[in-house]
Design a protein around this ligand. Structure first.
Ligand code: NDP
Ligand code: 2IT
Length: 446
């Protein structure tokens, strides 16, 4: 009965959202977890709660015109999908990458709804971005693009309405330009309208580090539940952006040895442990390519193309992008002695890879739980902005640590309650869904 209900819901999602394959994938994964919940709670079926959760509350698509440094007119497309506001204002990042289209923003927004619920903070879910490619663009071009993007988006934002932050291609610099334009247009110093701000103008300590640190804390929690820890583990992290760099930092502080990371051109292996200061210098200061690492560290090797998952490790922290770890990579990792995966990225493992990890019984932390530390710390930034306060690094990091512990405990408890102990995919999807669904019911037919 419930299986056929779920299949019918999925068929309708496919029909209503044609050609949005990442969105279909994200919905499918959540729906596959919900059967035992629907069996216990007939009201979710009667009130069509699942169908309502699969339909965004609002979708905004807009033109972003701007002039490049040669004076040539460029036109990009901007998106903001305001998915669900049952638990708080829409909250979620902005992604600037040429691959962006509605299907990617909707998958990210859908994931965000459940992730944000898992944090226990008062935030709804949304996501936005553009097909703008920041690679090779000057600082002035980035600024003009951000100003044009915000000139349209500002009317949909507000600290009680919708609060964007960063994601791929959007970091502190972009948030600065976006905030400056919002402030000019509205004539309001509304700090809580964006998170990931600079520390000198309303930003929160630990937000930059939070997603990567959180993914490392989540790995530590999963391993602790199995009587182990990160101490002495060999770790491979994909990507070399914001999430990857701070995952490497925290994993190292917790006793792991991070030996490889990647970008879209290839990967670097440094068996002595990655030199974090050098990585930060190349990626954050010089905005260079990862291949430059081996020019400065002679004993390291760079592999052009290929898969970073070929590097033997016991813990994997995928922190680049969706579907970057497929079934073949999962098999290689398992053969090489993998014990844990903590997803820093959103939906980095393909459905086939997830099935292999679960079947192998290793510790597998899905992105909506393992990378929730970023948005949770954004909520802490909003809290500081609202109270015009400023917390220390130690206090904020302790809050993040507690939140990640709590996310893990909630997911583990739900997995146990619904009959599949250790299955954190099931635990995360059920916990997130029930929190959002119950709030929606309290609000009437919304
Ligand atoms: P960054 O832009 O800082 O870094 C992205 C990294 O991933 C770069 O190394 C980039 O390589 C690589 N990458 C991006 N796209 C691809 C691709 N199509 N193929 C191969 N490599 C790719 O982004 P973040 O670190 O912020 O984000 C990384 C992931 O973490 C994303 O999935 C994001 O959604 C997720 N995330 C981010 C959070 C945050 O707070 N920032 C919070 C939670 C999740 P290159 O430079 O060559 O493009
Ligand atoms: O995917 C994510 O959780 C983010 N990119 C961070 C969102 C946020 O609002 O901090």
């Amino acid at each position: 009965m419930t299986v056929s209900t779920i299949e019918a819901i999925y068929a309708e999602v496919l029909r209503r959202n044609p050609a949005e394959k990442e969105f279909h994938q994200a919905v499918r994964e959540v729906l596959e977890s919900l059967e035992p919940v629907l069996a216990r709670h007939p009201e979710y079926t009667e009130l069509k709660t699942v169908q309502r959760i699969c339909e965004p509350e609002r979708q905004i698509i807009f033109r972003v015109p701007w002039a490049d440094d040669r004076g040539e007119v460029q036109i990009n497309r901007g998106f903001r999908v305001e998915f669900n506001s049952a638990l708080g204002p829409y909250k979620g990042g902005l992604r600037f990458h040429p691959s962006v289209y509605l299907g990617i923003i909707k998958f990210l927004g859908f994931e965000q709804v459940f992730k944000n619920a898992l944090t226990g903070m008062p935030i709804g879910g949304g996501k936005g971005g553009s097909d703008f490619d920041p690679k090779g663009r000057s600082d002035a071009e980035i600024m003009r693009f951000c100003q044009s993007f915000m000139t349209e988006l500002y009317r949909h934002l507000g600290e009680y309405t919708d609060v964007p932050a960063g994601d791929i291609g959007v970091g502190g610099r972009e948030i600065g330009y976006l905030f400056g334009q919002y402030k000019r247009i509205t004539n309001r110093y509304e700090s809580g309208v964006l998170t990931g701000k600079g520390l000198g103008w309303g930003g929160a300590r630990v937000r930059t580090e939070a997603t990567g640190y959180g993914a490392a804390f989540f790995a530590e929690e999963m391993l602790a539940a199995r009587g182990s820890s990160l101490d002495g583990q060999t770790v491979v992290v994909s990507g070399s952006g914001n999430v990857a760099i701070y995952a490497i930092e925290k994993v190292t502080q917790l006793g792991g040895r991070a030996i490889a990371c990647s970008d879209s051109s290839g990967y670097v292996v440094d068996e002595r442990g990655l030199d974090l200061d050098l990585l930060k210098q190349i990626k954050e200061v010089e905005r260079g390519r990862l291949s430059e690492y081996t020019e400065r560290v002679r004993h390291a090797r760079h592999v052009t193309g290929g898969s970073v998952w070929d590097v033997p490790c016991t813990v994997a922290v995928p922190s680049a992008t969706q579907n970057e770890l497929d079934g073949e990579a999962a098999q290689t990792l398992l053969r090489n002695g993998l014990v844990a995966v903590s997803e820093g990225a959103n939906m980095p493992s393909t459905p086939e890879a997830v099935k292999l990890f679960l079947a192998a019984g290793i510790a597998y932390g899905p992105g909506k739980a393992a990378n929730a530390g970023g948005v949770a710390t954004s909520a802490l930034e909003m809290q500081q902005n609202a109270s015009r306060d400023r917390w220390t690094f130690e206090h904020t990091e302790a809050r993040l640590r507690d939140i990640m512990r709590d996310v893990h405990a909630s997911c583990a408890a739900a997995a146990e309650e619904y009959g599949d102990p250790g299955n954190l995919v099931l635990g995360a999807n059920i916990t997130g869904f029930v929190r959002v669904a119950d709030a929606m019911h309290a609000h009437g037919l919304v």
